[in-house]
Design a protein. Structure first.
Length: 179
């Protein structure tokens, strides 16, 4: 039950009070109430701006950053929710969940890729499997393909924009992984 319904169902409430509560409830209109709130807020903004114009000069207001912040609050209500807590936080990029199975041979793979950029992930994995029998299973093909994708995009960027001091050796990313 709402607080209003609880009050109406209470036996201690007199009949005149009950009639007043029912009349107030019938007169409630959330849309009209919101419009009244918005117009009152706009009236307050107008008053505050008029008061600021007479009290503080424009050059003095620009000098004090807190005044700029406060003046921005006057109209912030018109733009809706702007609090940092009202926005969904972007999900953090998921890091590696297990040790890199190709860490020992990443530089070797990179050298093979640079020698033949058209080679596929499957071809590079098969070459690894020939050199190191039983060490690199077929399930790593997708990992090799992901590395190739990164290396190809780096190569394309270097061809389009130039090297700009980039080296071709593998560098760990923010999560400590070697691509």
């Amino acid at each position: 039950m709402t607080p209003c319904d609880r009050r109406l169902s209470d036996a201690r409430v007199t009949e005149t009070t009950r009639e007043r509560i029912l009349a107030l409830r019938a007169d409630l209109d959330p849309v009209r109430l919101l419009a009244e709130i918005r117009s009152a807020q706009q009236a307050l903004v107008t008053l505050a701006d008029a008061e600021d114009a007479t009290r503080i000069g424009a050059s003095e207001r620009a000098r004090v950053p807190i005044e700029e912040f406060v003046s921005g609050l006057r109209t912030a209500w018109q733009e809706g929710e702007i609090r940092p807590t009202s926005k969904a936080k972007p999900k953090a990029k998921r890091g590696r969940r297990r040790p890199d199975p190709l860490a020992a041979v990443t530089n070797e793979l990179r050298a093979w890729f640079e020698a033949d950029p058209a080679s596929t992930g499957r071809q590079l994995l098969e070459r690894l499997q020939e050199l190191y029998p039983g060490r690199y299973p077929d399930g790593l093909v997708r990992t090799v393909q992901r590395r190739l994708k990164i290396w190809r995009s780096e190569l394309a960027r270097a061809l389009v924009f130039g090297r700009m001091g980039q080296t071709t050796e593998a560098k760990p990313d923010r999560a400590g992984r070697i691509p």
